[in-house]
Design a protein around this ligand. Structure first.
Ligand code: AMP
Length: 444
């Protein structure tokens, strides 16, 4: 097995890795680190939770340490773009841990926080800047930051950035970087557009991947529980949550309003629940996530956008309260459990108007998700149902290149009334929770 000490990293980095409590490189790290150190562009197919931040962060820090020079005022040496504020914070927290013991300065710029403070931070220059594309462009437009010193570009969660419409921002940002440039692109799924992105921004990239595209982690047990109505879904969710009193559960809703309502219904039913969605301020989201990470709340209700890329260790159950309208998001959602080799359950509540979406998801996943409970409702065209202006299923044509069903473990179909999630809560949660420095990395 590859050891961190085999990868050619600076001893200071090896010490930081040890301090973070990492024993052995994760598969994506073992593959990507030597490639990045050799100067190659890298295209990585990997979800959050696979250790991809260190996969690009460690060799990036190593290379910056080897290169003489400091950042020039209002300039940066390496740029990392990520789709959400939360993800930017998480990446920067991890990089700060890895860069401990070096003189490298890691800065962040994200929307929703004071732009003046960020401009101020940039005046002296930054070794590694982690940014959301929109705010970075605002700062570039103000003349607060230049990128011509930057010879590294990392595009993290690139598929999400595309989904969120950051392609235009990327077109503006990328040409402003210095040359020659080393570029790394990480994505959890590989839709066609990603290949195009890679052709535009990467040169002869080495490809690394830790899971087949569109395939859920091997250790996730998936199941569908039929529901006749929204109201029944709430009842079902409460039943499932009650059966696993110690589990840490992530519940996905489709809309901001619906997610907030569901959170209140869960609170009324006596659960410690928090929510994150677009109607929450940054402070509220941070507090909710902290409560969930600390275990003060054991249910987090989230929308896709709010939950994008966030590393929440120890999640043992993912509930698709509403199915995602974009099939690839199902892969993202269920990938939030079964991190780091732990097991996880992913249960979807599906009503008649979601059967079409379910079929699309199964097509993308190339797997039939077993039914674990409920009576199959009659299939209803979503358009025929009032959905507050929302259309029917989207994304059917976006097809991720598929993957087999490999060693995927699945719920054994049970009688319609049972639908009991697999194995016990506390044990699983303890197993899932990482020991040592992993926690430190997250809390930083
Ligand atoms: P990421 O996929 O980069 O978001 O990382 C997910 C989590 O795994 C983070 O909490 C990291 O601190 C942790 N991690 C990254 N690499 C390793 C490793 N080699 N061993 C143990 N934990 C790791």
């Amino acid at each position: 097995m590859t050891k961190f000490s085999d990868l050619g990293l600076d001893p200071k980095l090896l010490a930081a890795i040890e301090g973070a409590g990492y024993d052995t490189p994760s598969p994506i790290q073992a593959q990507a680190i030597p490639l990045v150190l050799s100067g190659r562009d890298v295209m990585g197919l990997a979800q959050t939770g696979t250790g991809k931040t260190a996969a690009f962060g460690l060799p990036l820090i190593h290379t910056l340490m080897q290169q003489p020079g400091k950042p020039m005022p209002k300039n940066v040496r390496a740029l990392i773009l990520a789709p959400t504020r939360e993800l930017v914070g998480q990446i920067a927290d991890n990089l700060k841990i890895y860069a401990k013991g070096t003189k490298l300065f890691v800065g962040t710029v994200v929307g929703g926080l004071s732009i003046n403070k960020q401009a101020q931070m940039l005046t002296k220059g930054v070794d590694i800047l982690v940014a959301t594309p929109g705010r970075l462009i605002d700062l570039m437009d103000r003349g607060a930051v230049r990128l011509d010193q930057a010879t590294f570009l990392v595009l993290d969660e690139a598929d999400q950035m595309l989904d969120m419409g950051f392609i235009h921002a990327l077109r503006q940002i990328a040409p402003k970087l210095g040359t020659p440039r080393q570029t790394m692109l990480f994505s959890a799924t590989m839709p066609k557009l990603m290949e195009e992105l890679s052709r535009s921004y990467l040169t002869n990239p080495a490809k690394v991947q830790v899971a087949t595209p569109g395939k859920a982690a091997d250790k996730i047990t998936q199941g569908v529980h039929w529901a006749q109505s929204k109201g029944e879904k709430v009842e079902l969710l409460i039943k499932y949550l009650s059966k696993e009193p110690d589990a840490l559960s992530l519940v996905f809703g489709r809309t901001k309003h619906g997610s907030e309502k569901l959170k209140r219904q869960l609170e009324d039913a006596g659960f410690k629940a928090v929510s994150i969605h677009g109607n929450k301020s940054q402070g509220q989201r941070d507090r909710a996530l902290q409560a969930f990470r600390d275990g003060a709340a054991r249910v987090l209700v989230a929308t896709d956008v709010a939950a994008r890329g966030i590393d929440i260790p120890g999640v043992s159950h993912v509930y698709n309260f509403d199915l995602p309208e974009v099939p690839e998001n199902y892969v993202h959602r269920i990938g939030r459990t079964a991190r780091a080799g732990a097991d996880g359950d992913a249960i979807a509540f599906v009503t008649g108007d979601e059967i079409g979406l379910l079929k699309q998801i199964q097509k993308v996943m190339k797997v039939d998700i077993p039914v674990i409970g409920g009576e199959r409702p009659e299939e209803v065209e979503p358009e025929k149902k009032q959905r507050g202006g929302r259309g029917g299923p989207r994304g059917g044509g976006r097809g991720a290149s598929g993957g087999g069903n490999g060693g995927q473990r699945q719920h054994k179909p049970k009688s319609a009334s049972q639908g009991k999630p697999a194995n016990g809560g506390q044990q699983k949660r303890n197993r899932n929770r990482r020991s040592g420095g992993g926690g430190k990395a997250r809390a930083a």
